[in-house]
Design a protein around this ligand. Structure first.
Ligand code: AHR
Length: 491
């Protein structure tokens, strides 16, 4: 029997709802087809945006959406995506798949998407190949509320009022596709570009600097030292690849038990990354004024056979559900420093929550984890600890159980637990100090390790109600099935 201790009197940090954020790039079929189909599409839409996708994303309460990239952001020139659609530039998306980008989805369409989703926009500006003037005028175009050439242009394009824009990234992966810079050089450029990212009227921009790739602690060190006082947050990127090779990352659906445990072991590494980058940040920012944002995370496999290698289309199994559950638990537990995270990417790309095919749409196991975990949004992280043993194969051993716990504003406790074992269930005795339990509700997502939803069988993997618990005097007892993600609410 495992023991879960929860201290309802010990609230540790607020779990910003933005930790449950998403990322959508002009890449493959994410924006075009997946989200935007145009006003004349037979697919039901509102102002060109798919109704089915918006409804599904609203159900999981997407709090913030990052756009237009990714690598695309540092090649994107925002003026190409405004004005009458017939006159917008057509070009080749050289970075992703060599397809025609007709710029029919631009700033106005993205802001309309965020309006429909009722989420915060998070825009990444072009520092790699764009000018300071270009970045400055984009922010002016979107947020200036007085008389100015950019505000005038916005009005000519049909938008009278400025938009509210909080999150703005200054370059993407500037150590790689965003310019191959050294941290010292980027830190100086960051200082320069951010100077002209202005606050107009009541709009206050939260400035996000490009952070490290994985374990590049030196990047964090240099950025914090040279530019820390000019930023609100630093953005880390880290993907989970089953294999270490980018040429042979591994299949999304065809994998064995060893691959399962190796993937989960590699995703658990996010904890070390966040911990060690936080230590570096603590040195320069002990009051934790600068946030750590993980604005690209998720699994990255070989593309589905027969699909464009530049489209990064992959299926999504129970393994992805566990990856999502583990990472979200990690972000919750580090919410004193991690203020936002954005899974890559919302629809049809990498660890997508939604896949589309023409008029059809399916929800992936990862979607269901976001649904199970949504109660953590804006709740307070509670002190918790869980005993557990190691499971897995030889060098791929992982802890069997992984949890996080929060309390919402109405005093309800939310427990999310992943069972990483493929073969063994675990019975847990949970003791909750500081809370009398009246009732418990729960849902669990479980299945074969490589079970996934298809357009022919869209509900093979979906959560079911969980009632199999016993109330005790000071807590509860329940059994978590093998290969599962569970969410319990204690009232
Ligand atoms: O998400 C796909 C790509 O991964 C992004 O464009 C880039 O930022 C990262 O390398």
């Amino acid at each position: 029997m495992e023991r879960l201790h929860i201290n309802a009197n010990r609230k540790k940090s607020k779990i910003n709802k933005e930790i449950y954020g998403h990322f959508s790039e002009h890449l493959g079929r994410c924006i075009y087809e997946g989200i935007y189909v145009g006003e004349n599409s037979p697919i039901p839409n509102t102002n060109g945006i798919r109704n089915d996708v918006v409804e599904a994303l609203k159900r999981i309460k997407v709090p913030v959406l990052r756009w237009p990239g990714g690598c695309f952001a540092d090649e994107y020139h925002w003026r190409d995506g405004i004005g009458p659609k017939e006159t917008r530039k057509r070009m080749i998306n050289t970075h992703w798949g060599g397809v025609v980008e007709d710029n029919s989805f631009g700033t106005h369409e993205f802001m309309e998407l965020c309006r429909q989703l009722e989420c915060e926009p998070y825009i990444t500006g072009n520092l790699g190949s764009g000018t300071v003037e270009e970045m400055q005028s984009w922010v002016e175009y979107m947020t200036f509320d007085g008389v100015s050439p950019m505000a005038e242009l916005r009005k000519q394009n049909g938008r009278e009022e400025p938009w509210h824009l909080k999150y703005f990234g200054i370059g993407n992966e500037s150590w790689g596709c965003g310019g191959n810079m050294r941290p010292e050089y980027y830190a100086d450029l960051y200082r320069r570009y951010q100077t002209y990212v202005r606050n107009y009227g009541n709009n206050k921009i939260y400035k996000v600097a490009c952070g490290p790739a994985g374990d590049d602690y030196n990047w964090t060190e240099v950025l914090m030292k040279l530019a820390g006082k000019f930023m609100d947050a630093l953005a880390l990127h880290h993907y989970t690849l089953p294999n270490d090779s980018w040429e042979h990352k591994g299949s999304a659906t065809e994998f064995n038990e060893k691959d399962w445990y190796r993937t989960l072991r590699k995703t658990l590494y996010m904890d070390e990354l966040v911990t060690r980058h936080s230590w570096v940040m603590d040195k320069y920012d002990p009051d934790k004024k600068v946030g750590l944002i993980v604005d690209e995370w998720g699994t990255w496999y070989d593309v589905e056979p027969g699909t464009n290698p530049g489209f990064l289309y992959q299926q999504n199994t129970m393994r992805d559900a566990l990856v999502a559950g583990i990472n979200l638990n990690i972000f919750n537990k580090h919410s004193e420093r991690v203020v936002m995270a954005n899974i890559a990417q919302t629809v049809n790309v990498l660890q997508a929550v939604i896949l589309t095919e023409g008029t059809n749409m399916i929800l992936t196991p990862t979607y269901h984890v976001f649904d199970l975990y949504k109660e953590h949004q804006d709740a307070e992280l509670l002190e918790s600890s869980l005993t557990t043993d190691l499971v897995g194969i030889e060098e791929e051993a992982v802890p069997c159980l992984h949890e996080s716990v929060s309390m919402d504003k109405d005093g309800r406790i939310h427990i999310t637990i992943c069972n990483l074992s493929l073969s063994e269930s675990r019975t847990i005795r949970a003791e909750i100090a500081g809370k009398a339990i009246k009732s418990v509700t729960g849902r669990v997502l479980t299945g074969e390790m490589n079970a996934y939803n298809t357009f022919d069988n869209p509900e093979k993997v979906k959560p079911v109600e969980f009632k199999n618990y016993k109330l005790l005097e000071d807590g509860l007892e329940f059994t978590v099935p093998a290969c599962s993600v569970m969410a319990l609410t204690v009232e």
